[in-house]
Design a protein around this ligand. Structure first.
Ligand code: ADP
Ligand code: MG
Length: 236
């Protein structure tokens, strides 16, 4: 295979940070447990996408990440699979609240993330619930009460449920802001800040965004600690 440097050049990966580990240019290089590698193989994937190749080694070091990559580049597994490894290292009682929290702008996107989490997490016995608006709260509250390792949520609905005191985020130690630029465009910044205030400061935070305007830079500066920045292609 290619050297890490040649791989990064070919796939237009650039990184900003101290001692950033080289990309994993193959699934074997990840050291992921066999049940996860089996799911990736079942899905028919032949190699990591560039954002996965560079996100995984950084995320596995428990470092904060801000990743800037286009839609369709495989960002979901870029944060989910290291989240599953994080869960193996620090599993809490899911009845007491999630360990992994993913914020997503819309019901449709949250549902897609949930589907991916169920598909790739089932063999690792990872439980996941999805919370979004435009649907009754009852079934979602019952799902929460049953317990989940991973919660995927839109900021509006999660904030409503927090205000009802029907979920605790005090065990969250792996927080993902997916499509951060879109969440801000939709006006979710106040809800995001309220939610993050309920998550312990001692956590790993990952932010994924398609664009890198100053509003996104500002919230990244506020919520992430010394993040490694990963760019795929040109950053506008
Ligand atoms: P993004 O969040 O960057 O828009 P997604 O995570 O939704 O992208 O992934 C886009 C599509 O690529 C999905 O159908 C996903 O299952 C698929 N995919 C993810 N990782 C790989 C891979 N390593 N190889 C091939 N396809 C992949
Ligand atoms: Mg996505």
């Amino acid at each position: 295979g290619l050297s890490a440097e040649a791989y990064s050049r070919r796939h237009e990966i650039s990184v900003i940070g101290d001692n950033v580990p080289p990309p994993f240019t193959s699934f074997e290089a990840t050291g992921f447990p066999s049940e996860i590698l089996r799911e990736v193989q079942n899905a028919g994937f032949s190699s990591p996408t560039p954002i996965q190749a560079q996100s995984w080694p950084v995320a596995l070091q428990s470092r904060d990440i801000v990743a800037i990559a286009k839609t369709g580049s495989g960002k979901t597994l870029g944060y989910l699979l290291p989240g599953f490894i994080h869960l193996k290292r620090s599993r809490n009682d899911p009845q007491m609240g999630p360990t992994v929290l993913v914020l997503s702008p819309t019901r449709e996107l949250a549902t897609q993330i949930q589907d991916e989490a169920v598909k790739f997490g089932k063999s690792s016995r990872i439980s996941c619930v999805c919370l979004y608006g435009g649907a009754p709260k009852g079934p979602q509250l019952r799902d929460i009460d049953r317990g989940a390792d991973v919660v995927v949520a839109t900021p509006g609905r999660l904030n409503d449920i927090l205000e009802m005191k029907r979920i605790s985020l005090h065990q969250v130690s792996y927080l993902v802001l997916d499509e951060a630029d879109r969440m801000l465009d939709m006006g979710f910044e106040p809800q995001i800040r309220k939610i993050v205030n309920e998550v312990p400061a001692r956590r790993q935070t990952l932010m994924y965004t398609a664009t890198w305007p100053k509003e996104v830079r500002k919230i990244a500066a506020d919520l992430l600690v010394n993040p490694v920045q990963v760019n795929i292609g040109n950053v506008d």
